[in-house]
Design a protein around this ligand. Sequence first.
Ligand code: 3PG
Length: 403
Amino acid sequence: LDALLAEGLDGRRVLVRSDLNVPLKDGVVTDDGRIRASLPVLEKLAAAGARVLVTAHLGRPKGEPEPKYSLAPVAARMAELTEVPVVRAEDLVGPSAQEQAAALAPGQILLLENVRFDPRETSKDDAERAELAAELAALTGEHGAYVNDAFGAVHRAHASVADITAKLPAYQGDLVRDELQVLKRLTETPERPYTVVLGGSKVSDKLAVIENLMSRADTLLIGGGMVFTFLKAQGHGIGKSLVENDKLDTVTGFLQAAERHDCRIVLPTDIVMASAFAADAEVEVLPVDALESGKHGAEALGLDIGPETSQAFAAEIAQAKTVFWNGPMGVFEMEAFAKGTAAVAEALTTTEAFTVVGGGDSAAAVRALGFDEDSFGHISTGGGASLEYLEGKSLPGIDALES
Ligand code: 3PG
């Protein structure tokens, strides 16, 4: 970005791809972390006299406008968070965007409507994506430039993330730079012991990252809904807990491979079992070898790690020098099942280790549970993007900037 600033920006239109994919409830942003993380670059450009056009996605609309995925609430929140004037277009590259982009004054921000309202954004057809990229680029007029600051979206080979770099001089945003620096430290030179805490509901989402981390990390602590696939693979009854039966062999393989790699996989020893998936369900803490022995027998389902496990995980974290955490330990949105996630978050804030929280859900969890963001080493804005980086995959958004 400094290279672009050095060129001088007075009045130039700069198209910034940001990741503003934030959770909404009843049309209001419930976690503005990604908006706050995106503002520094937008403000820096505006302060340098650029006319700043922002393109971003929200959710996964099916290539046509859907009111519930409008970026209007994001624009409203953005305007509250910055002194820079924020205006909004009602479309992406249509008459509203063209008019607003033309009328935009230096030092102002224009937020274009959800880029995924246009099917060409995510199209598999190169020509279609290139066409949208050209239309986005055209909004910048003469001497336009492009900045990719959407770290959370760099793993997507989409028009506004990748193809656009063929249409405009392209630069890397500071958020992308900073995120990559942190993740590089995790993959190249982690101080040991290096402990990774993985949670979340789907083991299939995490297979590649588990496989990759086994040869890098010293300890893998596994919680969240995905743990039941591991417990079932070990022969435990798990009641009605979440399970991916087609992954039982794979996780058995992991447990064996971990030994070869000298990586310890630590699974919970106790679980909070509930009578139903409900905030007011009846709960019992049960040891993992007797999860079906409670009042609700095999009808119960596990919704959080138990207190003994929380303590054990916290002790592991306390001994580590580097910790990466992705995925909540339980259904933290319900108070009765938030303790495991809170215990891990707490352990991360009290250790001297270098700590990284990755993934939209875990980042939202630490904020929702009232933890101070500054007490973590780094909270990544990337969910899939940070995991794919740790998996060792190449990231189309980054490759496009480099080519
Ligand atoms: C995310 O939420 O991880 C990013 O914004 C990417 O969103 P996507 O998974 O819908 O591409």
